[in-house]
Ligand binder design. Structure first.
Ligand code: URA
Length: 209
């Protein structure tokens, strides 16, 4: 599982534990998700390309290194991915944002696309796909399949939680896409929820249950 990066930082683990608790309110779940997304962005952008520019301090001319935020695209898998975006944009405010909407066909159980909107010139951009839960891996694999059609420079996948089934599905379909997560939980249950997990991420973010 060399393409899986588990972010063990104490702040990440602490906030994840608070989010898992069933009595966390919608407001605190959302706030913690925001904070976690910010912290995870540090890890996932660690190897971003940088350029050197000339600048003037109040005392003299010097050079400094900067990233080109416009080259980065955060792609949210609707709807739960939206909950992670604000935290990520707070540290990379120039990043572009794409959206993918997928639903599961009840007969075939395959992921069907209903929305796809990306910035132009994707071949010049590095993509970070965000979805809080990598469970069966069906939507993640379908999202990467679709994104590869527009040929971005690179693709990474960020989630809060995953499980062995999700990691296996993604690693088999897309071994070239690194996965960043705060934890690999034990297993999926018969309804495709992660155990011990944190429940339905979308419902907890938006307070819909
Ligand atoms: N999606 C969720 O929101 N939670 C899970 O446990 C699995 C998929």
């Amino acid at each position: 599982m060399s393409n899986v990066h588990v972010i063990e930082h104490p702040l990440v683990q602490h906030k994840l534990t608070l989010m898992r608790r069933k009595d966390a309110s919608t407001a605190s779940f959302r706030r913690l998700l925001n904070e976690l997304a910010t912290l995870m962005t540090y890890e996932v952008t660690r190897d971003m390309p940088m350029q050197t520019i000339d600048i003037e301090t109040p005392l003299e001319t010097t050079t400094g290194r900067v990233i080109d935020g416009k080259k980065l695209v955060f792609v949210s898998i609707l709807r739960a991915g939206t909950g992670i975006l604000d935290g990520m944009l707070s540290v990379v405010p120039g990043a572009r944002v794409g959206h993918i909407g997928l639903y599961r066909d009840p007969k075939t159980l395959t992921a069907v696309e209903y929305y796809f909107k990306m910035p132009s010139d994707m071949h010049e951009r590095d993509v970070i796909i965000v979805d809080p839960m990598l469970a069966t891996g069906n939507s993640a694999v379908a999202a990467v399949d679709r994104l590869k059609e527009v040929r971005p420079r690179s693709i990474k996948f960020v989630c809060l939680l995953t499980c062995p089934e999700g990691v296996k599905a993604m690693s088999e379909a897309h071994p070239d896409v690194p996965i960043y997560t705060a934890a690999i939980d034990r297993q999926l249950n018969e309804h495709a929820y992660i155990l011990p997990g944190l429940g339905d991420a979308g419902d907890r973010i938006f307070g819909t249950k």
